[in-house]
Design a binder for this molecule. Sequence first.
Ligand code: A3P
Length: 300
Amino acid sequence: MPPAGVSWQTPLHTLWHKQAHRLKLRRTNSTREKLQMHHIIKQLPRAIIIGVRKGGTRALLEMLSLHPAVVKASQEVHFFDNDQNYARGIDWYREKMPFSFPHQITIEKSPAYFITEEVPERIFKMNSSIKLLVIVREPTTRAVSDYTQVLEGKERKNKTYDKFEELVIDTNTCEVNTKYKAVRTSIYTKYLEHWLKYFPVEQFHVVDGDRLIIDPLPELKLVEHFLNLPSKISHYNLYFNATRGFFCLRYNFIFNKCLAGSKGRIHPDVDPSIKEKLQRFFHPFNQKFYQITGRTFNWP
Ligand code: A3P
């Protein structure tokens, strides 16, 4: 009789594959590895970085993964904001997650979640007590960063693109152009209010993206606390790289890394009067954002 799981019709190459696999397992099966093999699973995220685009979402995810109890989904999954992905179902989503031990928490980041209307309800249906992380920067800076990313994409394709000043001001009214996505995304309160129809404010934690750039550790400590994790990320894990101009990550004495060059682009100079106009425009929305979240920033 053939061994279990193998029929007489099983092609030879499949048998070889199975045999090779069994031999490999036998060779590598120390007690520790056996334990690992039996306890690692793919878990749905218990916390999601929902945005905001260009707020420092990648840096936050990477820095949190320095914590031994945090496991990250490396790619943006875009499950809740993309109808096609969402239709694939929750098992598809879980499959996109990394392996982890049961005591670890899985985190993913997809910044488009913050501004996509369907997302809060969909996440609520998956887990109504999930923890939500929102990382924000001073809204005008964030808008310039957003513009810079799109500009770089156009330049890569040898395409021309309008100047920032031309996009943010409506030429007919000379007012701030709220149809321009980079402006709209920086009206944080507008999107947050929609999320609050599904989740209480206690389930959100606002991260200061400007502070994460210059002094990341205190921000990470606040997140550890919000996630009910013991404080483990330390100064040892973060070092300033003068060449890069940013903090980089040290996992252990062998492995360290900086974020990719696409993070930390040089922004174009913006006409100061336009900058001021934008700051005046965002001001009342910012006040509301502070009031709702209980976190105040020194934004103009
Ligand atoms: P800029 O490119 O405008 O400087 P996101 O990951 O959400 O796209 O955010 C990108 C931003 O993360 C960058 O914006 C950069 O300033 C910021 N950032 C924060 N900490 C960083 C770090 N340690 N290394 C690189 N970029 C970092």
